[in-house]
Design a protein around this ligand. Structure first.
Ligand code: SF4
Length: 91
């Protein structure tokens, strides 16, 4: 976590920094989805928003899940978004 703190200091001071981890290819049911997500350490890092960019990082429901309560995932890139299913509106 030391390098994460160093990065945060660099971010605060507007200095260049090197991320300590890469994002990872998302898989769903063992298949790549085409989306990219934060790895385990970054997803729990308190500096993830300034580190990855508030305009880039998105906390979204797991995009391929058809469940009612999908888990929430930090996405760095969404090229394969969730398909919206039309809900029955009673006719
Ligand atoms: S979000 Fe990840 S890469 Fe960025 S400072 Fe935290 S641990 Fe390092």
């Amino acid at each position: 976590m030391k390098s994460a703190e160093d990065n945060f200091t660099a971010l605060k001071e507007g200095k260049p920094f090197k991320r300590c981890y890469d994002d990872v290819a998302e898989t769903f049911r063992s298949k790549p989805t085409g989306n990219r997500v934060l790895g385990f350490v970054c997803s729990y890092c308190p500096y993830k928003l300034p580190c990855w960019g508030r305009d880039k990082l998105q906390l979204l429901p797991q995009q391929q899940s058809k469940g009612k309560n999908p888990k929430w995932v930090w996405y760095t890139s969404v090229t394969n978004p969730r398909e919206e299913t039309e809900e029955f509106n009673g006719g």
